[in-house]
Write a protein that binds this ligand. Structure first.
Ligand code: SAH
Ligand code: SF4
Length: 391
């Protein structure tokens, strides 16, 4: 299969729904006002109304036009007639012993002709910060052999609206909007902190095979007039779609994580098959040239610890050697199992020994603590029941 076919270059956030209404989530403030102008509204009013609506949605978490009470009734009727904010349904929520939470959202296709899709989003709270792990696709076209999502057929790319909705809905559930009561379930950072301070694009799917939509969503998520999540607190993880790596730095400007997982091409070809297309050398070259890279803004290299496969001292030394001239952090991820997975997680002693070699080379605390394993919310465990409908 030619994977290039799946690289989306068009934004698909504003497909009119079955009533030909335009989805508002996923449009920038400027794009909202441009939509109003298309309906014949004068420029000044359009700009003002767009700012008000943007404020209601992204600062206050209000999605119902009827509640936007600083907007004239006439304009609210116009909004209701021509625009829509499609909310997904929260189908299921699971809470881990460690306080992480997994949300299963059901999104209805805007045309209502194709079946709805289910998407998992994971919330990982810590004392002073909270990270939301969002998905970029339903399933994944890539077949990394250690990843559960990789065993699910790609259903489709998520729209910019669906990507943003994962953040907005999670903020509502957690009470993270202005004036809302903070959720009392599990661990949530105190009122003085944001419940969602960080975003990682590490859920289902390969974000760089859905570049336009992830770009649009992350630019809106980091917009200072709205959700205002700093780009330094947003990390996009890719398995290595080399032609798009530079664009992440230039056009989105968020932090980058690379799923490296092996230091030799023969092994990486098996673990992360996209390596056959863009081998380690090309991948690391793209990293070296990542725009804005410096010691304060490093690339994170993720390395899943697979027993007897990639976890020898030799591998650790080679890893340090490969990353020598790249401002980087290393994240060792203990393998999270799933039903019938072909690998085992390296023993703790082995992970520690591997981590020590990396520590000695000057990288601080490289081992990632698995979170939410008991609810299958940890890295690589997400897999929804949505399957592509056979033609
Ligand atoms: N598709 C992107 C982002 C999603 S996966 C990517 O591959 O980077 C987020 C991270 O979890 C990646 O580093 C991925 O390799 C890792 N991962 C996948 N399956 C895993 C598993 N079973 N255990 C531990 N980490 C896993
Ligand atoms: Fe897709 Fe990432 Fe899983 Fe690989 S690790 S199959 S790229 S989601």
């Amino acid at each position: 299969m030619n994977n290039d076919l799946h690289i989306a270059t068009n934004i698909t956030h504003n497909i009119p729904d079955k009533n030909d209404k335009i989805e508002l989530i996923g449009l920038t403030k400027l794009e909202i006002s441009e939509q109003f102008i298309k309906f014949g509204i004068d420029k000044k009013t359009a700009k003002m109304r767009a700012a008000q609506i943007y404020n209601w949605i992204y600062i206050n978490g209000i999605f119902e036009f009827a509640k936007m009470d600083n907007i004239s009734k006439k304009f609210r009727i116009f909004l209701a007639k021509n625009f829509v904010i499609n909310k997904p349904k929260l189908i299921k929520e699971q809470i881990s012993n460690d306080g992480s939470r997994k949300f299963l959202f059901r999104f209805y296709n805007s045309d209502f002709l194709s079946p709805p899709v289910d998407i998992e989003t994971v919330y990982i709270p810590e004392q002073k910060r909270g990270t939301l792990c969002i998905s970029s696709q339903v399933g994944c076209t890539l077949n990394c052999s250690f990843c559960h999502t990789g065993t699910q057929k790609l259903v489709r790319n998520l729209t910019a609206s669906e990507i943003l909705m994962q953040i907005l809905m999670s903020k509502i559930i957690l009470g993270d909007f202005k004036g809302r009561k903070r959720s009392q379930i599990g661990l949530v950072p105190g009122e003085n902190y944001r419940a969602i301070s960080n975003i990682v694009v590490m859920g289902m799917g390969e974000p760089l095979y859905n570049f336009a939509n992830i770009k649009q969503a992350l630019l809106i998520a980091s917009d200072g007039d709205g959700l205002a999540i700093s780009k330094r607190r947003i990390t996009l993880s890719t398995s290595g779609v080399v032609p798009f790596i530079r664009k992440v730095g230039e056009e989105i400007g968020v932090m980058l994580a690379i799923s490296l997982h092996a230091v030799r091409d023969d092994l990486r070809n098996k673990l992360v098959p996209i390596n056959k297309k863009w081998p380690i050398k090309e991948l690391l070259n793209a990293c070296r040239n990542y725009p804005g890279l410096n010691n304060a803004k490093r690339i994170t290299f993720e390395y899943v610890m697979l027993k007897g496969i990639n976890d020898s001292d030799k591998d650790a030394k080679q890893l340090v050697h490969l990353l020598k001239n790249i401002p980087s952090k290393i994240n060792l991820i203990p393998f999270n199992g799933w039903p019938n997975s072909p690998y085992e997680c390296s023993d703790w002693e082995r992970i520690k020994a591997f981590g020590d070699i990396i520590n000695m080379a000057g990288y601080a605390s490289p081992i990632r603590t698995p979170r939410g394993r008991d609810i299958a919310a940890a890295c690589g465990q997400l897999k929804s029941d949505s399957e592509r409908k056979e033609k």
